[in-house]
Design a protein around this ligand. Sequence first.
Ligand code: LAN
Length: 758
Amino acid sequence: MLNVKPGWKNWHLLTEKGRQIWAFKPVSNNINEHLQNADNISDEEITQFAEDFSRSHALRGNADRFDPFENPNSGDKVYRNTVINAKFQEFTGQIPQSANPEEQKIIDALIKGMNYFACLQSEEGHWPGDYGGPLFLLPGLLIASYISGTPFPKAHLEMMKLYLFNHQNKDAGWGMHIEGESTMFGTVMQYVSLRILGVDKNHESLINARTWIKNNGGATGIPSWGKFYLAVLNCYDWQGFNSLFPEMWLFPQWLPVHPWRYWCHSRMVYLPMAYCYAQRIKAPENELILSLREEIYNQDFATINWPKQRNVVCEKDCYTTPSPVLKWMNFFTNNYEKFKSSWLRKKATDYILKYLNAEDEQTGYINIGPVNKAINSICIWHAYGKDSAQFKKHVARWYDYLWVAEDGMKMNGYNGSQLWDTAFATRAMLESDLGKLFSATIAKSYHFIELSQIKAEHPTHAEFFRHPMIGSWPFSTAEQGWPVADCTAEGLSATLAVHHSGLVKTTIGEQRIKQAVDVILSYQNTDGGWATYELTRAPKWLEKLNPSEVFADIMIDYSWTECTAACVISLLEIQETYPGFKNSEISKAISAGLHYILTQQKTDGSWYGGWAVCFTYATWFGVEALSKAKGKGCYDEAVLTASINKACAFLVAKQKADGGWGETFESCSRLVYTEAAASQVVNTAWALLALMAADFDDKKVIETGINVLLNRQTGIGDWPQENISGVFNYNCMITYANYRNIFPVWALNRYYRKSVKG
Ligand code: LAN
């Protein structure tokens, strides 16, 4: 039995078609019914359960504790331990037997690993999991809740407080993400959040946090996204904020700076920001706001020279420096504010509101991500009021982003990673025949994958610049509905793997497979690579207008090694299964994709990974694609071989003494391989997958790596949660709770197929 603390037991995860809602003592398993009666807890009950999540509890040396100083990553124990305790069963099927005890160890570890993981699958077939990490998300939602006077249930508030306290660094500040060193952005946002949550300013943690803020120059140095949130909260003057020039939304579309060309995440965040800016939305002054103004600045609020603060950013936060072009543009747009035409401003705001409504409707009010989720809510509240149907629909979806783990309640970086994890898990299990022993699990995954393929276009998709998406797969759920190029590729590869396994009656017919292929083809950029949600729509110089200070490469949707490799792999698989289908078009796409991947390889043989940590991740993708292409006649074989060999040499050079691999998140932000003190199961699995894909001939290298995976496996078949695995925009990290199971299983399964069975 795993440890389930009494306080955890009241939290239940309700799921519906991938939608995930944490409910405190749910009155119903139906999400909507539950949400209407969510605030069902008395004050006495709060103190009872809160203790089980708090850091003080950990520091008193309790077993199975959350101790952020040991590891700030939660092990997702509230979900996992509760489910395991309720449902876990030892594997009862026939386990293949080998006369060789070393081989038997692999088989047993795999069965145990898959059996444990299968137990975590939801009834509708996906793997729920913690998708937290960034610390600037929950504050946005709390500000939306505060300004609109729409409080969360008491149990939620308590859990959020605990989360924020749990992630306070030793120096009393907070980072951009749970592993990061303290920054002004992280610290001021969590500070303000705790105050909104009702924590007294004389609480010791807040006194210390204030000292951090003051010693680092005060909140005037918060980066622009923080300035934005503080301005909405009326704790910062809008005059201290560079204009967002709402009129740019009326630009002619041929202009390279028209926002339709931006990376969709930037577009969808700067859109509602521009609305708030145009309306200068701010919370009414009250006691809390007036007090906050005194708490977070080094000088009297009334005497601050606001226009001078526009470009002030605390040194600890600076990641990208604003370009001279951006400064020049700011000069122009800031001055425009003094002379602007109110007719044009209204036209721009009306257009923005129309666009916001379209995004809300297209995504069922989930929105593309956690940032625009919060800011759209603020705009819709402002435009239509608290009692409007639109605002209520927004509020219902706040809960889709909240996640409970042993460190408290956080806002996830998306409404989940449902499809992505399910596709990977399916492929991992079906890597060898052993996965077929879990046919019920595979059938459920397939059901979820089928459910998640996007089947229709929105009536307004072209009007609002959406990429055509019939046949595509999203990262999370069909309802959220933003298609992603490599999620489509992973969805397709997983579908093909299930079809090949012969385990299920196929429901994704040839037409839908071909639609997916068409989407993938439609996503290829002219550089041969694939980006994330859309084509690259603007030239690289647009990055010069990146105003974010804390993120890099956010202005346009760039081609990435990982996304390209995933698309190439799925197209190679399509050629095997549907040889006649669009053969020459697909061949051309594949060779251009391979070419792109080759151009991205670094001189040391590695690839940089933009969406997970880091070089081991992208090197796995690169090697997997190139190896799969070998012998197919789609590219010069000698070039492929040379590149693969170089990549293997890189990996071998990075193998640690214990046989594993390990990187820290700094690989991502510093762009150089940064070794973790201890090897990491996830990095080890990626390196092994690459080496085995390449049929690397020094078997000792692979065996010692496999031993790390075997030795780290827990008695029940789990692996430990080690460092954070995901990243976006180089500088912010994000949790992938299921990676610690998916990738070790995948690597062991490949080892079984190639070395044990083969
Ligand atoms: C994701 C998550 C998935 C990820 C992969 C599919 C793994 C990747 O291969 C392509 C990019 C994509 C889809 C991706 C892009 C950026 C996202 C959406 C995220 C990392 C999840 C959260 C992040 C989003 C931008 C967070 C909000 C922050 C802003 C700066 C707007």
